[in-house]
Design a protein around this ligand. Sequence first.
Ligand code: TYM
Length: 333
Amino acid sequence: MDDKKIMFSAVQPSGIPTIGNYVGAIKNWVDFQDEFNCIFSIADLHTLTVKQEPSELRARSLELLALYIACGLDPEKCILFVQSHVHEHAELTWILNTITYPGELSRMTQFKDKSARHAENVNMGLMDYPVLMASDILLYNAHLVPVGADQKQHLEIARDLAIRFNNRYSPTFVVPEPYIPKVGAKVMSLSDPTKKMSKSDDNLNGFISMNDDTDTIIRKFKRAVTDSDNKIVYDVENKAGISNLMTIYSLFTGLSLESIENEFSDKGYGDFKLKVGEAVASGLKPITDKKNDLLKNKDYLIKVMADGREKASRIAMRTLKKVYRKVGLVLPE
Ligand code: TYM
């Protein structure tokens, strides 16, 4: 291994990723590939905390791998793997569970939100979700974890558990730092700009998926909820919808919020929404095309998965052995 630091992150294959997942996470990962030893996972075990259709989950996992590559992640440079392929994630979760308190999990915002949304299926996995996430990160001794703002609390638990384990036994884990982008850390729903854009939203108009075609994208932006004063001005508090569209436009064009205000100072919402839709559609088209091409070559994707699994397993096995030894488990010969 060289002396580069380690970066780890993951997306759940719980739906087709949205432009929120893209600008809040995956797009930033691509820029770090040379600076860090990067490890990116498909968090399929996390997905099981909410009811899934098994055949769809399987297909989405492969599709997410294709999307990672289509977005610019290079399997020659980073480790891309499926979480359930490396059994150490579940095993480290058990060990970390023994130093985690129920109170710190039950007060997690995402646990409370998801319990309310899935009241018929509030399971232990849903509550334990941040511990599995901590295991993902700590197994690889990741220094930096690039995520959107909604994962900040979970990163704090991962840090707390690393520190707690290191204090109780002896220094073992690197304490990870979150990397949350300044712009795009929380892209909001198009149909309710007070809510985060989510790939599992029942309202399809709320999000732009990384599968949407140009017409769908333009139609969804046309319907985006805004206000009635028809001025393109960035003001999150009073104009959440327009501010969200400005952020998206800025991320897809590279223009600053100020220059967007200037460009549209004499235009109305209709013109602006069309421009945002066009910018997003042209940004996503090459990615969607590449992903669809990759999906035609399943053998290649399966090989990338197998390579990723082998590399990730090697690191995970080493860490887990160390942990087992420190807590006093007898290692088999
Ligand atoms: P997930 O699948 O919900 O989201 C993947 C990534 O996208 C970010 N994100 C957003 N960013 C900006 N605006 C939004 N509207 C938006 N929605 C989602 C998320 O913050 C995340 O970075 N538990 C994680 C997956 C995971 C993980 C990990 C992440 C599993 N293990 C270890 C980091 C490290 C999740 O559910 O992400």
